[in-house]
Design a protein around this ligand. Sequence first.
Ligand SMILES: Nc1nc2c(c(=O)[nH]1)N[C@H]1C(S)=C(S)[C@@H](COP(=O)(O)OP(=O)(O)OC[C@H]3O[C@@H](n4cnc5c(=O)[nH]c(N)nc54)[C@H](O)[C@@H]3O)O[C@H]1N2
Ligand SMILES: Nc1nc2c(c(=O)[nH]1)N[C@H]1C(S)=C(S)[C@@H](COP(=O)(O)OP(=O)(O)OC[C@H]3O[C@@H](n4cnc5c(=O)[nH]c(N)nc54)[C@H](O)[C@@H]3O)O[C@H]1N2
Ligand code: SF4
Ligand SMILES: [Mo]
Length: 683
Amino acid sequence: MRMSTTILNGTVRSVCPFDCPDTCGLSVTIADGKITKITGDAAHPVTRGAICNKVRHLNERVYHPDRFLYPMRRKGPKGTLDFERITWEEAYEEITTGMKNIISEQGAQAILPYSFYGNMGVLNAEGMDRRFFHRLGASQLDRTICNAAGAAGYAYTMGASMGIDPEDTVHTKLFLIWGCNLVSTNMHQTMLAAEARKNGAEIIHIDVHRNRTSAWADRFIHLRPGTDAALALGMMHVIIRDGLADQSFLEQHALGFDDLTAEAVRYTPEYVENITGVPAAEVEELGRLYGTTSPSFIRIGNGLQHHDNGGMTVRTIACLPALTGQWGIRGGGAMKGNGWYSRLNARKIERPDLMPDPNVRTVSMNQLGDALLATANPVKMLFVYNSNPAVVAPDQNRVREGLLRNDLFTVTHDLFLTDTCKYSDIVLPATSHFENLDLYTSYWHLYLQLHEPIMETMGECKSNFTLFRELALRLGFESEIFDISEEQMIREALDSENNPLLKGITFEALKEKSWMKAGGNELPSFTTMIPTASGKIELYSEKMLQHGFSPVPVHTPLKEPENYPFLLMTGPNHSFINSTFANQERLQKLEKEPLLHMQLDDAALLGFQDGERVKVRNDRGEVEITLRVSRDVLPGVLVTQGLWWDDQRKGHQAVNALTPQRLADMGGGATFFSNRVEVLKLD
Ligand SMILES: Nc1nc2c(c(=O)[nH]1)N[C@H]1C(S)=C(S)[C@@H](COP(=O)(O)OP(=O)(O)OC[C@H]3O[C@@H](n4cnc5c(=O)[nH]c(N)nc54)[C@H](O)[C@@H]3O)O[C@H]1N2
Ligand SMILES: Nc1nc2c(c(=O)[nH]1)N[C@H]1C(S)=C(S)[C@@H](COP(=O)(O)OP(=O)(O)OC[C@H]3O[C@@H](n4cnc5c(=O)[nH]c(N)nc54)[C@H](O)[C@@H]3O)O[C@H]1N2
Ligand code: SF4
Ligand SMILES: [Mo]
């Protein structure tokens, strides 16, 4: 949408659009019509004027010379970047003709959208696009690449993705950062924790990698990957054994304490040491500290659930606060995700009722490689937006093999010519969020924010909203459903009869105030709103039993066959967001190069030197990388950070060449980190 009035000079409000829990309010300075400075909005109650280094230089990204500004058609072979400029009319003609042909020959389910949250704006991430693909009858995409296993596990215990208001964490006295690289991935939670620390809180980081967050925390607990449920059960063992459980809270608000007790008996500190590698004395101490400190808070991260047992792990940790009666005490409880508070009217904006066949197949985004290579019922068109699957999806060699299929018509909408664009028949230029009207919610804090465009649309770029609206109209879809404005859809999103916490949050009010908090400042008491079947915190879950799981928390070993010696974690890094920013020089320089962290004795045993280039491989693929030898990981464990693009380094680090398409125990989640490899000398 073109702006009616162009801002030439001054400071305006914006919102950070990236897939980051903090969803910051931004303050943007414009001089002579150009964005010159970006800071955190000092008035925003959570941002408080601070933002990360990535976004402080977001203007470099928006005006980057590599941004492509008009539609293009592939000229050369797939896998190269050989394109020719075309008009939007030509692009729409090719896309709609392709769609019509596929629909008449194979049916609409041969068309697969592939998207995630490259832009978190509701309209552009899960608004007009969803409505369009529902009406088209395309295959459904199961968007499970991020937090699906953990969200499902947490919901078995607590009923939904809801923890405490992060602003309350300043009151906590014991802060457990569990499987979360907080300093890099949720910096404003670090600011709130620092305030708690000033008031006497102790901060403990529980992780498989001694990283920036461990250095910042007061104490670090180093455990083996995928063993967190055992550690949590060990803590429960100590708490129950020593009579530290809050019986009256448990009786009133929890279900199944006796069943949990029967299971936790087995998890003696010695038994837990064997599984986790954490010394028994440390398990004892942690259990007692947690059992005797109130309020205590657990920030459950995303990393620990990218495992085969990720769902059960989060389900188990989520049981801990009930044991000591933390819920309902200000600053006490846990948080995995808080999307539940500001949930919008998804049915109204996404319109699943428009689907011609509600039973159309669903494809897991974690198994894109298999889906593209399947011969039965093949995918004939892939439509990518807000995502870079050639880099972020697991089992990359299979994904790329699928993308190379000559009979696959791939369309990618992005701001940059990503690795995925290389395999696309048509590439379409996307606006940056600065150019769009949109609505933002956070999956961590509780503020909703309206974003009004602050700059002119660049070149011929179109927002996702506009792209899918125009495609719909060209396909002759109902104009009363598709020919609507952004403002109309925002009103639909906020018209949420099933979420009383949005009461009073309207388009007008948001326009006036810029941000508003779900529930105002009066959230209903925790213990009265637990959305499980029983209305209680379910330490024993009948539903889990029905779904084939142990109804009480247990430790379940990883499924990855032990045919290679090392478990490799390939998480995000400090300066990129997933693969976003990985093409920007300033941030590349800060990250220097992809590194593989290996434990000292392992390196000595294999005869490796720090700084040496090595080959990491398994049956799925191989990667060349520089070795960093240290005590930051335990024996048998490797860590590398950052989703670098393929062509950025000689030998490159395309880490997802190594990761499995296997799904986690719950929610169809990804298992990026349950990944075994061997490390070899370069010949
Ligand atoms: N700077 C930056 N910020 C980001 C992102 C980014 O790429 N860069 N990505 C955003 C997105 S999409 C997400 S989902 C979040 C992710 O952010 P986080 O929730 O922090 O998740 P990860 O960084 O994937 O992993 C967190 C930690 O889990 C550890 N870990 C791995 N396996 C295990 C295990 O078995 N047990 C334990 N205890 N720890 C384990 C890793 O070593 C890592 O330190 O961050 C968001 N914010
Ligand atoms: N090995 C390994 N793999 C991982 C992870 C890991 O920890 N390890 N993390 C996983 C996780 S948690 C996640 S969330 C996923 C993230 O995977 P993705 O969601 O694919 O994230 P990005 O790599 O940031 O790619 C987002 C793309 O969207 C584009 N984009 C931004 N704004 C817009 C817009 O308005 N319109 C359009 N059309 N495009 C836009 C960006 O330029 C970028 O190319 O990756 C997963 N992959
Ligand atoms: S990436 Fe995260 S921390 Fe950085 S500005 Fe955006 S929301 Fe804030
Ligand atoms: Mo994510």
